[in-house]
Design a protein around this ligand. Sequence first.
Ligand code: FAD
Length: 466
Amino acid sequence: MHVIWFRQDLRITDNPALLAAAHSGDILPIYILDDVNASSYRMGGASRVWLHHALQSLDKDLSGNLRFFSGDPKEVILGLCEKYNVNGVHWNRCYEPWSISRDKEIKNLLRRISVSANSYNGRLLWEPWDVLKADKTPYKVFTPYFKKGCMNAAPPRKPIKQHGTFSFSKEDISSVSIDALKLLPDIAWHHSIVSCWDMSEQGALNTWYEFLENGIYDYKEGRNFPSKKCVSRLSPYLHFGQISPHQIWSEVSCRGDDDNIIHFLSEIGWREFSYSLLYHFPSLPSENLQTKFDRFPWRNDPKALKAWQSGQTGYPIVDAGMRELWQTGYMHNRVRMIAASFLVKNLLLDWRHGEAWFWDCLVDADLASNSASWQWVAGCGADAAPYFRVFNPITQGEKFDPTGEYTRHYVPELKGVPDKYLFKPWEAPDDELKKNAGIVIGQDYPRPIVDIKQSRLRALEAFKSL
Ligand SMILES: Cc1cc2nc3c(=O)[nH]c(=O)nc-3n(C[C@H](O)[C@H](O)[C@H](O)COP(=O)(O)OP(=O)(O)OC[C@H]3O[C@@H](n4cnc5c(N)ncnc54)[C@H](O)[C@@H]3O)c2cc1C
């Protein structure tokens, strides 16, 4: 029999490893929860909730034949090979540094016992070693990476044809139940997240088709406005591999050179770029890519961090984003940038605090995209926003949530605040706020935890000190 080891490719369609295993004979589909090798990068809480539901749905799509394990995959896979007649093991490659070294070891161990070990690309349009500069070094800047490197490399493959029916192994395999993986939290904080999403492969396809029909043709402009339905919300599905980038690319890259489509494809390119950075600079999740930032005078302020995490900074657009994150496991990209900039620049707190909180709360938490994006916002990344560009949460709110729909939804205590004051409610006369909105600043909604102008200057001073 052939083992198909599902990892971050929880789908039936366009799955090269699954197809190869199915072509080879009877298959044994397995999933192993590996907190051992992931160690400090073990999945965060929201991701685990997503994983639970995604696995449940994949198991259904495999007619209940998915077997679950927990522990070190080395031991699990070699144990299966010892007990049963395993001819081959198949998986799609992952690119986290810890996965790469684990998989290399497993490949060697399997070859030593004459079991064929086969890995495939099911996750990226271009694998990190496919796109290098002429001198064979990795790109550090997105535009040449994408426009020159990717566009001159071999085009992404077309999605592969699905295998008709699968022949499952009849062996009685001892494994554990999905509940034994304990992916769901003991204290229920996750119900609102679950109610926002259909966490299945079909959910990924429905989300994709809905976006193609209604969102993509206003993507370039519309993607900046969190209350508009102009972004795809595909990130968790892409992270867990419930849809492949190849399915996305092949569907839209032939739709001509509409600006919206070109822009959307370039965002898919940012995902590829993040993976390339993670592969070539494996310390990306923990260390500043620009080492001069190692001397940056970050502050230590647990109270401010807590206020940011809980959406109580007194800056409505920041608080709306942080509460969207908590309630849905997702945050709109524009607001991610505003909230992240606020943490590292206005609060002067180390980007790694933000990265860790997002890691725990996002359903799309992804080691490559999360760490590359945080380094981008903090200014210490490869192709980073210049440090002196500090997002102003007041003007950003006014510009990108002009009707206040998004902010009022997530910060309902500000529902009655007039547009003029929505993003700076502390400036409204007290009696007007009391009369129109029924709130008192400092009581029903916090006063700003920092002054925006002073904190900006403080950040610029700190940057100059480098
Ligand atoms: C501080 C910060 C942290 C982030 N952490 C993550 C993370 O953990 N996981 C994650 O997938 N994205 C992360 N992003 C990138 C981006 O915000 C999300 O990918 C995007 O908001 C997901 O929403 P969407 O699917 O509707 O995006 P769309 O705009 O519809 O884009 C389509 C796809 O392109 C990819 N993409 C878009 N923008 C980016 C980007 N800037 N970097 C990398 N890929 C991108 C995603 O896979 C996304 O699903 C982060 C951004 C910031 C500023």
